[in-house]
Design a protein around this ligand. Structure first.
Ligand code: ADP
Ligand code: ZN
Ligand code: ZN
Length: 727
């Protein structure tokens, strides 16, 4: 039998191997094969039995691996489709889809067994009779006297390896191996709604969700706090009752603790969380459990879209507009779009939810591809927040804050409420300007400014991670007279501490939230009303429900207006409403102050006066007029290379090779938004068309062209379908 195997390497084709006919091999089976001088684990994507004599050049596979970690046919097809759609090497798609443990080595059977340290009868006796034990020994006896504990659990309780060795050597304890039982097979039936009754809008949405006449994806557009999560809960309930599973995708950032407990409390069942903080072992376990139908609710970030689910009943994509659903390097897939594909092929419902849907999704709803469901009001007592522009060209600001903003903070604090100050910049300040030669400190590897971080006294490049100690003289002239310009979270924190010395102030950004659990602790503190002023970046902007915040200040909304990215305004609108939505989630009316020089700008006025829908319609019209996505389709070819000219020439050649067509516009080579990163110059070619098929054809042409030509040394290229122009 001949089989085609996808190898975990960035290679576009699959490889043929021979397998003996009597071994059981399925599509999706994992096989160990020799590849060059390596032994790798590949996935079987095709098989054929043939009578022809097999060429001696074809190698035989080494082994078929344990089937528990095999890829089910649904996921195999998803991967094949994604490799095709994103024009990405199939082996690398599998690398993204399959947990590391399942592709790096043979599935260890110990994935499902646990070793626990338990007391022997001698140990029990000693524990009962002797009073004179050291504190440490007492602690360990105490920990394992009722039931055994795993090594990890013991380490967490502060037990050191040598102490375990002592217990083993003395014969007081032994390792006891048990099969790990699945935590729970079926969810318990007692679903607890509390005293929550759906309001009319929600009832209406639920009624539409249950209509089965059309199988379109649902786009649930509901302002922040309008009860979208409640809809998700109700929507998955019937699937769980029927024994099905639900897959819920959430964005990368800090959202998970709150949403996890809401699902767990409602259904009294464990939620299996799949995100980047899992260990390889946990990830492999979660994958296999989901595949075998043991976990009922799977909640995860981007890569969770590849989780195999035995009885998948429904998919939810929360905050569907969020950028983190699109992988920005390597295999540039969109988890949201793969979710739509998956719901289609598995014939199950999908709900995309957001207060500020992406223009793509709104456009899809407009032309009837999605069914739109609306939630316009908040079911609780809370009122919609009001938005107000503070014109920074008229009102000067100190350390980023206008007098008006400071007064509002003071009033908010006086009334016993909390204020949130949002700035999309971590560190102290983003610009360090030399007073002598007027040069700005930049990273020598990237074409970006260095950010000054006061807490760690460094200059840091937020793109390559390079760090320089501070103070340091100007790179160009050696002067030490450097001016700190611009405002980051640290600077605001320092300033607000000076102005409000009595108040507790909490800064929330990826620097201050580096430690595990710090986000959860911070959220708890905020809910207890401890810090009165919160300063934060994006990670504070999303999903959280803080009833006591009544004032939100958006420190600098200017960048959205002069960015080179045509999506910048869309993002700005989404950010303003998402951050703004943190105000007034309680009983009291919230206020949002937007500090900007562009207060009179038409789109901004539309946003705050008429809401997101009108704002989005306005932007969609602009996109249509300019023949830009989502009204047209877009793909890009990215290159990066140590030499600028080489990258440009390479793309120029590709451009020349593309056959002209009326329905196609080709732009570039253009510099990427970050033109130089890590000493590599980045250029791109952009192809735009009304016809998706045409773009796919062109990309295939480009792939063939590149595979025929000699790749310049050091040049890397990649294809981006439906790019988001981030970097
Ligand atoms: P969203 O996900 O749209 O931000 P949530 O589902 O989190 O909204 O709802 C916001 C708040 O309103 C939550 O505290 C939720 O428990 C509450 N809530 C939702 N629906 C209702 C309802 N019908 N009656 C009362 N409270 C509700
Ligand atoms: Zn200088
Ligand atoms: Zn850098």
């Amino acid at each position: 039998m001949l089989i085609s195997v996808a190898i975990p390497k960035p290679i576009r084709n699959t490889f043929t191997y021979e397998a003996l006919p009597d071994v059981q091999i399925n599509l999706g089976s994992r096989v160990s094969v020799s590849f060059g001088n390596q032994t790798l684990i590949g996935i079987v994507v095709e098989k054929e039995t043939s009578d022809k004599k097999i060429s001696s050049r074809i190698k035989r596979i080494n082994a078929v691996l344990d089937s528990r970690g095999d890829m089910p046919i649904d996921i195999l097809n998803l991967c094949l489709w994604a490799a095709d759609y994103y024009h990405h090497p199939i082996g690398d798609v599998f690398t993204n889809a399959l947990p590391a443990l399942l592709r790096a080595q043979e599935t260890k059977s110990n994935l499902f067994v646990e070793r626990k340290l338990s007391l022997t009868s001698l140990g029990h006796e000693l524990n009962r009779s002797t009073k004179k034990l050291s504190t440490k020994k007492k602690l360990l006896f105490g920990l394992i006297q009722k039931e055994g504990k795993t090594r990890d659990a013991l380490f967490k309780s502060g037990i050191k390896p040598y102490l375990i060795r002592v217990f083993l050597n003395e014969g007081w304890a032994y390792w006891h191996t048990t099969k790990r039982e699945p935590e729970e097979k079926t969810p318990q039936r007692n679903i607890s709604y509390g005293d929550l009754i759906l309001n009319r809008d929600q009832e209406n949405v639920i009624a539409q969700l249950s209509l089965k006449d059309e199988n379109k994806p649902f786009l649930l557009q509901g302002i922040t706090g309008s009860g979208k999560t409640e809809i998700y809960l109700r929507a998955i309930e019937p699937h769980l009752e029927r024994g099905g599973q639900a897959l819920i995708l959430v964005p990368e950032i800090g959202l998970t603790p709150q949403i996890v407990s809401r699902f767990e409390n409602r259904f009294c069942t464990r939620v299996s969380v799949i995100n980047s903080s899992l260990t390889d072992k946990q990830r492999a376990k979660a994958w296999i459990e989901a595949k075998e139908g043991e976990n009922r609710i799977i909640l995860g970030t981007r890569s969770a879209i590849f989780t195999p689910l035995k009885n998948l009943g429904i998919i939810i994509v929360d905050e569907e507009h969020d950028l983190s659903y699109k992988q920005q390097e390597g295999f540039r897939y969109s988890a949201r779009d793969l979710a739509i594909y998956r719901s289609h092929t598995e014939r199950i419902p999908i709900i995309l939810g957001s207060a500020t849907p992406s223009l793509e999704s709104l456009f899809n709803a407009e032309r009837g591809k999605y069914k739109k469901l609306l939630l316009d009001s908040r079911p609780t007592e809370s009122h919609p927040e009001t938005y107000r522009v503070v014109d920074t060209s008229q009102f000067p600001s100190r350390e980023g804050l206008t007098q008006f903003a400071l007064r509002s903070i003071r009033k908010t604090l006086a009334s016993g409420k909390q204020a949130l100050v949002f700035v999309n910049q971590r560190g102290f300040c983003p610009i360090l300007l030399c007073e002598e030669c007027k040069q700005v400190a930049t990273c020598d590897r990237c074409q970006v400014r260095l950010t000054y971080h006061q807490t760690t006294e460094v200059l840091s490049c937020h793109h390559c991670g390079r760090i320089k100690s501070y103070p340091a003289p100007c790179d160009s002239c050696g002067s030490s007279r450097l001016i700190q310009l611009g405002v980051g979270t640290e600077r605001l924190e320092k300033f607000l501490k000076d102005v409000f010395p009595e108040e507790e102030i909490l800064r929330i950004d990826s620097d201050s939230m580096r430690k595990k659990n710090s986000m959860r602790l911070a959220i708890e503190k905020i809910k207890e009303d401890k810090p009165r002023i919160l300063i934060g970046t994006q990670i504070l902007a999303k999903g959280h429900h803080f009833p006591n915040i009544t004032l939100v200040i958006i420190v600098n909304a200017d960048a959205g207006f002069y960015s080179a990215d045509f999506r910048a305004l869309e993002r700005l609108g989404q950010t303003i409403l998402q951050v703004g939505g943190r105000a007034g989630r309680g009983k009291h009316r919230g206020e949002v102050l937007i500090q900007t020089q562009f207060g009179n700008q038409e789109t901004l006025q539309k946003l705050i006066k008429t809401g997101y829908q009108k704002f989005a319609e306005h932007l969609l019209k602009e996109r249509a007029d300019a023949s830009l996505p989502p009204v047209r389709y877009e793909v890009a070819v990215h290159t990066e290379c140590p030499e600028q000219d080489v990258a440009v020439d390479f793309l120029q050649n590709i451009k020349k090779g593309i056959a002209k067509s009326n329905d196609l516009s080709v732009a570039g080579p253009l510099p990427a938004i970050i033109e130089k990163k890590n000493n590599r110059f980045r250029q791109k070619l952009i192809l735009i068309s009304k016809e998706r098929e045409l773009l796919h054809k062109k990309l295939s042409e480009i792939e063939r062209f590149i595979s025929r030509s000699k790749l310049p040394r050091g040049l890397k290229w990649s294809i981006d379908v439906d790019p988001l122009n981030m970097v």
